[in-house]
Design a protein around this ligand. Structure first.
Ligand code: NAD
Length: 292
């Protein structure tokens, strides 16, 4: 018996890399899967093709699972609605949405163009919004809870050189998740963020060679699949770094710097400066990507 028997999942960008690994594992745990992928290039260019999604559907079916392909773009409202519809049309319901589709257009900010900024924010942030919105309305209508995973990145949660567009979109996704998680509580819909690390076509020229096995996408998917089980019904609003068999909860920290009665006069710059200087040595270290 699978941990996800009877559930139906939509995984965007599931034609390769992490999305493929998520789709295969969800299916092997009994979920029926809508495998979405427009089959474009790593930077989002090109006409796209049905081959990537078809291949993953074939793998799932050959292993005895259930899946259907969808070739839409997460950047289109109609396509987003259609991929959600596909779940209902083919499998009669929807329980799980994994927002995973993504592209890269890396450049230092000095050389960043509007086009590079817009397309990355469009695919990641707006794409996550459009698919989640299409699913949200149907999940509420279905009235049986649900699971939404949004794929962020340490580039957005911590920072990474040359990825201002990507980092902004990925941080936006995390903010989106934090609000939606609160709104989802009364419907039994959990919303969590995944910040993965995996060797894929997106990272093959960024990561050092030799890490293909240690950082295989298959080492990320178990945590994602567990978040989709009934057992994880109370886990929501969280950010998980997952990669190379490690799972790290990324949380926010607060440090009190200065506090006086709100009826008192506002801080002078000298006063607030003194409070900052006194406290600064106690602040948590600024996280860097290599800290994980
Ligand atoms: P990948 O390129 O293998 O997978 C992304 C998939 O999304 C591709 O198959 C692509 O065709 C698809 N896609 C792109 N634009 C689409 C669109 N508009 N509509 C539908 N599908 C579309 O890369 P990956 O490494 O597996 O990345 C998956 C997700 O994980 C991305 O959101 C990425 O930003 C995120 N991520 C990956 C890493 C990592 O280490 N690999 C780190 C942080 C975040």
């Amino acid at each position: 018996m699978g941990r996800l028997d009877g559930k139906v999942a939509l995984v965007t960008g599931a034609g390769g890399g992490l999305g493929r690994a998520h789709a295969l594992l969800l299916a092997s745990e009994g979920a029926s899967v809508v495998v979405n992928d427009l089959g474009g290039a790593r930077d989002g260019s090109g006409d796209g093709s049905s081959a990537m999604a078809d291949q993953v559907v074939q793998e799932i079916v050959q292993a005895g699972g259930q899946a259907v392909a969808d070739y839409g773009s997460v950047t289109s409202e109609d396509d987003a609605k259609a991929m959600v519809n596909a779940a209902f049309m083919h499998f009669g319901r929807l329980d799980i949405v994994i927002n995973n589709a993504g592209i890269l257009r890396d450049k230092s900010f000095k050389n960043m163009t509007n086009e590079m900024w817009d397309i990355v924010v469009e695919v990641h942030l707006r794409g996550t919004y459009l698919v989640t919105k299409a699913a949200w309305d149907r999940l509420i209508e279905q009235n049986q809870g649900g699971r939404i995973i949004m794929t962020s990145s340490t580039s957005g949660l911590i920072g990474n050189f040359g990825q201002t567009n990507y980092g902004a979109a990925k941080a936006g996704i995390a903010g989106f998740m934090r609000v939606l998680a609160l709104e989802g509580v009364k419907y039994g819909i959990t919303v969590n963020v995944l910040a993965p690390a995996a060797w894929s076509r997106l990272t093959e020229d960024i990561m050092q060679s030799g890490v293909e096995e240690r950082l295989a996408p298959e080492r990320v998917s178990p945590a994602v699949a567990w978040l989709c089980t009934d057992e994880a019904k109370d886990v929501t609003g969280r950010q998980f770094f997952v990669g190379g068999n490690r799972v790290v909860l990324l949380s926010w920290q607060t440090t009190e710097i200065a506090d006086k009665d709100a009826d008192d006069a506002p801080w002078t710059l000298d006063e607030i400066g003194a409070a900052m200087q006194e406290s600064i040595g106690t602040w948590p270290r600024l996280l860097r990507p290599m800290d994980l």
